[in-house]
Design a protein around this ligand. Structure first.
Ligand code: HEM
Ligand code: HEM
Length: 465
């Protein structure tokens, strides 16, 4: 379990953790801008004419690559570089190695996104970046893991808290599945052929969500909630069951993205059964975290950082009720390919992973810098805009998805249904605008919270305020 000890000022520079978190803030600003531009194009397809790098197909891939890898994953890797050394009670093995990994990671993403804007894509969702970027991403994962694993090996704390398991395990598995899923042995093509390619692709695509983003977000929540609630973790056993069961279940469910495709039936069956069995790891994590916070939820939600994280766990529950439901073939016959799926996707990646990412950032910043965050009021505004934005986007897209699904099911063509979804696309952009503005506020507040070199540090009491 994680230690509930109160925040303490330390003397490390934390350049790597801060570097990753600032990068994530910048990527979110760029990525959400790409998202809102893509959303506007769905209302006014001719608005930007035929500017090649701004056509929807390129913009969509740029948006998903930036927000998922650049923002959500990067923010939580930043958290890992602070939290893991802290939990094992030694400094990070090497800040220089950490900065090198950050440089390779950001450089690979930047090159990949620029290439996407120029039309160089491997055309497989979440694996779109070209070959040189894939190599860079794997090198960056190896550098991160080298740094974190040596840190853990030098530990002074005999107990390996659950956050350490999730952070290191998630990165280790992702380094492996990135190579497999991007078919890196196939070189520039980055794919094999036919249905086997689709199966490998969605094995990987789902692992980005389930073995990279989810463990990193859960690791961060396991750190923040006990500390914010000032209570020991409810159960160490539950946390172990959650860790091992997620590994068993998540690796088998990628084919639930292919229920409408000619994938082998036995594989579809396994994916549906394990999608439902996912309720086990999800329930163990949520019961454990919420029982830890029991009786202290009011206190927890007064702190904007802890509120971000706590509400992120509620989003996780909703996402994981939706997920098994939409894995049922009878439901997917209606929902597949409709706006229902981006509704689930945004609730998951913005509401669950993104909100836990920002909350953790706000929570650990004072511990790292030795002074309170720049503005609690701005953090509250950031929270409300992101929360309202993602919830309204989810509601709007779910309704629009059901309209599409039912119309298509009853034989209407895609073109004839477009007028019925127009208004919902407008509302999606309005909801998205809240998330865009929240990203500016988050980045500003983060940058202003970092003291100038040599700036005075506050006392531990001030930190906790
Ligand atoms: C950090 C914030 C965001 C994250 C993590 C995020 C993530 C994603 C993901 C994972 C997808 C793929 C969904 C799928 O294929 O089912 C997606 C698609 C999309 N997102 Fe976002 N998004 C964010 C913010 C926004 C914002 C602010 C807008 C503005 C309206 C937006 C508009 C879109 C659009 C238009 C698509 C394409 C949907 C389609 O093809 O039907 N996103 N986003
Ligand atoms: C119990 C857990 C979950 C289950 C069973 C589940 C199930 C599904 C299914 C069946 C789809 C595809 C639907 C279709 O294409 O018709 C899907 C899509 C998606 N899910 Fe989940 N989900 C779960 C949790 C999560 C979590 C935790 C995340 C994020 C961290 C997430 C992110 C996404 C995204 C981004 C997509 C869109 C993929 C695309 O572009 O097509 N899901 N989910």
């Amino acid at each position: 379990m994680n230690s509930p000890e109160s925040a303490q000022v330390d003397t490390q520079s934390h350049a790597t953790a801060l570097g990753y978190m600032i990068s994530a803030g910048v990527w979110m600003v760029i990525g959400t801008f790409a998202g809102i531009t893509a959303g506007i194009e769905l209302i006014a397809p001719d608005l930007l004419g035929n500017i090649a790098w701004l056509v929807f197909g390129r913009l969509r891939a740029m948006h998903t690559t930036i927000v998922m890898f650049g923002f959500a994953v990067t923010m939580l890797i930043g958290a890992a570089f602070y939290i893991v050394p802290r939990l094992v009670r030694v400094p990070l093995f090497s800040e220089k190695l950490g900065m090198a990994s950050l440089f390779v990671w950001n450089g690979s993403l930047l090159a990949g996104v620029v290439a996407l804007s120029l039309g160089y894509t491997q055309s497989r969702e979440y694996a779109e970046m070209f070959y040189p970027s894939d190599i860079g991403v794997v090198v960056a994962f190896v550098l991160m893991l080298w740094n974190l694993i040596v840190t853990v090996m030098r530990r002074k704390e005999p107990v390996l808290y659950v956050s350490v398991w999730y952070f290191v395990g998630g990165l280790m598995l992702s380094a492996a599945t990135y190579i497999i899923g991007n078919c890196m042995w196939a070189g520039w093509k980055g794919a094999i052929f036919g249905m086997p390619d689709a199966v490998i692709h969605w094995f990987y695509g789902h692992n980005v969500l389930g073995l990279l983003m989810t463990p990193l977000a859960v690791a961060a929540a396991y750190y923040v909630i006990p500390r914010a609630a000032k209570a020991p973790l409810y159960s160490h056993t539950l946390s172990q069951i959650g860790f091992w069961s997620i590994l068993i279940m998540y690796t088998h469910i990628g084919t639930h993205h292919l229920l409408q495709a000619p994938a082998p039936t036995w594989l579809k069956l396994i994916s549906v059964v394990d999608s439902i069995a996912m309720t086990i790891p999800v329930a163990t994590v949520l019961v454990n975290l919420w029982m830890t916070a029991q009786g202290r939820i009011g206190k927890l939600t007064q702190n904007p950082a802890a509120r971000f994280v706590f509400v992120g766990t509620i989003m996780y529950l909703v996402v994981c009720i939706q997920g098994p439901f939409q894995s049922l073939p009878i439901v997917q016959r209606i929902t597949h390919f409709t706006h229902w799926i981006p509704a689930h996707a945004h609730l998951a990646v913005v509401g669950f992973v993104g909100m836990i990412g920002w909350g953790t950032c706000y929570f650990i910043l004072p511990e790292m810098t030795g002074r309170p965050i720049h503005s609690k009021r701005l953090a509250n505004l950031h929270y409300w805009l992101m929360f309202m934005g993602v919830v309204s986007m989810m509601v709007v897209l779910t309704i629009s998805g059901l309209i599409q699904g039912h119309a298509w099911y009853h034989g209407e063509g895609v073109y004839r249904v477009l007028p019925s979804t127009f208004l919902y696309n407008v509302m999606r952009v309005m909801a998205g605008a809240m998330i865009v503005v929240s990203s500016w506020i988050g980045l500003y507040n983060l940058l202003r919270s970092i003291p100038q070199a040599g700036g005075a540090r506050a006392s531990a009491g001030e930190v906790a305020s």
